[in-house]
Design a protein around this ligand. Structure first.
Ligand code: GUN
Ligand code: FE
Length: 430
């Protein structure tokens, strides 16, 4: 497959909208110059001459978007999970991230991260690096090579990081950010910078204000964390006493973004009606990190309320507070968490459906990148081919059932091939 114009045949599934998954058994998926021309039960006449790759009984779904993941935390995923957020950060996370001052360490660790990201369901990602410029550029170089499309942030933090993971002051952090931006200008095909104030407790008022101005000046997007944990929320109120809520603190520093340059806020577990209004007003994206929210005992984010309010929502693995980069696992925990929110917190908030969660993992987060995350006409051709033939069953299953089963029991679903913008960026060796 040398060019990016072709037809794929297989068991196709994609979100028509957030309540509908369209499926075609042995359907056709047309890609012209990296753009999807649509999915069809029969191949339209005008595409009959294109090269056809027949995947037989395999499934073909849109690539997934991981809207929030910390690359430097990947190599300690799955350990140290008995703490809550603030203790977890100071005990495990900050000491680990400090090691990325060493370029060789960063290179090796980022190779593990990048290779595993290439092999999973993710085709697009929004990624935190560390505060170190050299290491972050190394991460961006590696990601760009894979063909995955990503936003990557050099992290800003000038307070509360301890002596080893903290920039001297706001001016130093802003200067380093400008240096990072000029070092990578014009360097990548698939990788874009995003401003990344870690969260309010890590960034002084001057640093936050400076980043808000820089975002405007250079038309950059911003990512951060919001209302993840109750102690964190209380701390922000102390740090920014004039704020009416945590989201308002970001707003005061002009870092909540706009519809054209939307800010991604990870978590929003404890966001109330006031915060929902602010997120909506700015056209922000919420990165829902259900695995992480369970692991750090943060709580359950009221995703149905966000969707009802018309806020953009996608899913994030939030490694290493989330323990895996598997978006299918993240989908499952999202479903289970929403069921428990309904049962234990508020029976007026109905659980998310499988259709809705499939949408969040694909087009919900994908829309942050434009027309991404579906097989509707005009969308970028990001696709994952899956072999579930080892998941034996006595029934004839519909495509919809096979996708649901893969989510609830992913054990034997094997990724065969992965495409981004029509380019095959991963193929599994037999
Ligand atoms: N809040 C500030 N930093 C972090 C981080 O690294 N992980 C999570 N889950 N929350 C944060
Ligand atoms: Fe995070």
């Amino acid at each position: 497959m040398t060019n990016n114009t072709f037809v794929l045949r297989g068991g196709i599934a994609f979100s028509e909208d957030k309540n509908r998954i369209t499926t075609y058994y042995r359907g056709y998926l047309v890609c012209v110059d990296g753009v999807c021309k649509g999915a069809f039960p029969e191949l339209p006449e005008q595409y009959k001459d294109l090269t056809l790759y027949d995947y037989g009984e395999r499934l073909i779904i849109p690539g997934m978007t991981d809207l929030h993941v910390h690359a430097p935390q990947y190599t300690f995923r799955g350990i140290g999970m008995d703490e809550e957020l603030l203790e977890w950060l100071s005990t495990y996370t900050f000491p680990e991230e400090a090691k990325y001052a060493n370029k060789e360490y960063a290179k090796k660790a980022y190779e593990y991260f990048t290779e595993d990201l290439r092999r999973c369901f993710t085709t697009r990602g929004v990624v935190f690096g560390t505060l170190h410029n050299e290491a972050t550029i190394e991460l961006m170089d590696q990601l760009d090579e894979t063909g995955l499309v990503t936003y990557v942030g050099k992290v800003n933090m000038d307070r509360n990081g301890g002596e080893n993971l903290q920039e001297a002051d706001a001016a130093t952090s802003l200067e380093a950010t400008r240096e990072w931006l000029s070092a990578i200008e014009g360097r990548y095909k698939n990788t874009m910078p995003i401003l990344t104030p870690r969260f309010i407790p890590s960034c002084s008022d001057d640093l936050m204000k400076g980043l808000g101005e820089l975002a405007k000046e250079k038309h950059l997007r911003i990512q951060s964390h919001l209302s993840e944990n109750k102690s964190e929320v209380a701390w922000v109120k102390e740090l920014v006493p004039e704020s009416t809520c945590y989201a308002n603190a970001y707003e005061l520093f002009d870092t909540m973004g706009t519809a054209e340059q939307p800010t991604i806020m990870a978590h929003c577990v404890h966001s109330d009606e006031k915060e929902i209004e602010i997120l909506k007003k700015h056209g922000a994206y919420i990165a829902h990190c259900a695995d992480s929210n369970m692991n750090l005992t943060s709580g359950i984010a009221p995703i149905r309320k966000f969707l009802d309010a018309g806020i953009h929502v996608g899913l994030g693995t939030d490694v290493a507070a989330g323990s895996s980069m598997n978006m299918i696992k993240t989908m499952l925990i999202t479903l289970q968490a929403s069921k428990m929110y309904y049962r234990l917190v508020d029976t007026d908030v109905k659980p998310l459906t499988f259709e809705e969660v499939f949408y969040l993992a694909t087009e919900g987060g994908g829309s942050y990148f434009g027309k991404v995350g579906s097989f509707k006409e005009g969308y970028d051709f990001d696709a994952v081919v899956i072999d579930d033939s080892k998941m034996f069953s006595m029934r004839d299953m519909s495509i919809r059932e096979r996708i649901e089963r893969m989510c609830y029991n992913d054990a034997d679903a094997i990724i065969k091939d992965k495409f981004v913008k029509g380019k095959k960026i991963y193929t599994r060796m037999e």
